[in-house]
Design a protein around this ligand. Sequence first.
Ligand SMILES: NC(=O)c1ccc[n+]([C@@H]2O[C@H](COP(=O)([O-])OP(=O)(O)OC[C@H]3O[C@@H](n4cnc5c(N)ncnc54)[C@H](OP(=O)(O)O)[C@@H]3O)[C@@H](O)[C@H]2O)c1
Length: 335
Amino acid sequence: MGKVYYDKDADLKEIKKQTIAIIGYGIQGRNQSLNMRESGLNVIVGNIDDHYAPNAIKDGFKLYSPEAAAERADIIYMLIPDDAQGYVYEQYIRQHMTKGKAIVFAHGFSIRYGRIVPPKDVDVMLMAPRMPGKQIREYFLNGSGAPVFIGVHQNYTKRAKHRVLAMAKAIGATRIGALEVSFEEETEVDHFIEHFLLPIIVRAIRVSYDALVEEGYSKEVALLETYASGEIGELILEASRVGLYQVFQQNTSPTAQFGMAHYAEKVFPDSNKKMIKDILKKIKNGEFEKVLKKEGLSGYKHLKKVVKDNNQSDLIKTHHRLQKMIKISGNEAVK
Ligand SMILES: NC(=O)c1ccc[n+]([C@@H]2O[C@H](COP(=O)([O-])OP(=O)(O)OC[C@H]3O[C@@H](n4cnc5c(N)ncnc54)[C@H](OP(=O)(O)O)[C@@H]3O)[C@@H](O)[C@H]2O)c1
């Protein structure tokens, strides 16, 4: 396991006189920019002229085009969607990657698959939060921090680790501990979760809902029970604090625990490991990256169809109805 770094290991002075250009004022960009500025760093924003751009001005940042921001910056933090990074880098950033600058990624993808090959005389670092931007901001304001992976791919200045640790401190991550990883490990594990664990959870909920409704149970009861009450989400959150099994031992009845134990291996046999290994193989050998590239070139044709079908599903119609009937604490309505 890589080393874990805390506040005491990081010094904001390392980059206090440097300009950080946040390229992309979206989910990660906005929240990390606000945290960094409140930690005393000099942050500018580089964003194309889209609907996110006015948010940066409203928040009081100097807004530039991605190219102008890259030119002015010492540290360039790529916070645009991974699939767009190669093109944006080639068009606007590459010519400004001059000696001693740094380029930072929130996901190892562009480096791992060679979509971006920075020059040898710059630093290349990873600061990959394990949380959506909204929570990175909320935890920071609460005096805590979101978990983050950090890494160094190129260390031209011999200060790359110090520079990325200062950034991690500025967003609040070293308050709880930032874990060092390689670009490869971060990318491959992140993709694995997206290819296996997340689809299993979401698909299991959908199939369970459909089956319960087919068996004559009311739609609202099926939805509330499968996910909409938030109970499963709360249990998983609590598991991150007390342990995967302890959460059930501490919060559920023996009937519930026995039911789970009785069915666990039947519904999810160890033979699934074969599929896990196959998915990992396709991540490692670049097969998935090729499929993703093809999908991107088609304008995300397949994804758009899936999104449309999902949003028109009976499950989502029930969700809209249920939201009007039962206001679950902290829930925001599905748009
Ligand atoms: N979201 C997360 O929870 C999360 C967690 C950890 C790491 N990350 C990583 O953080 C990075 C940013 O992800 P994100 O979710 O924050 O991105 P995002 O919100 O989807 O997009 C960020 C910005 O990129 C702009 N953008 C999109 N396509 C562009 C293009 N072709 N050229 C220039 N700008 C473009 C967007 O503007 P428009 O779309 O309006 O054009 C927006 O301003 C990625 O590397 C991702 O893997 C994300």
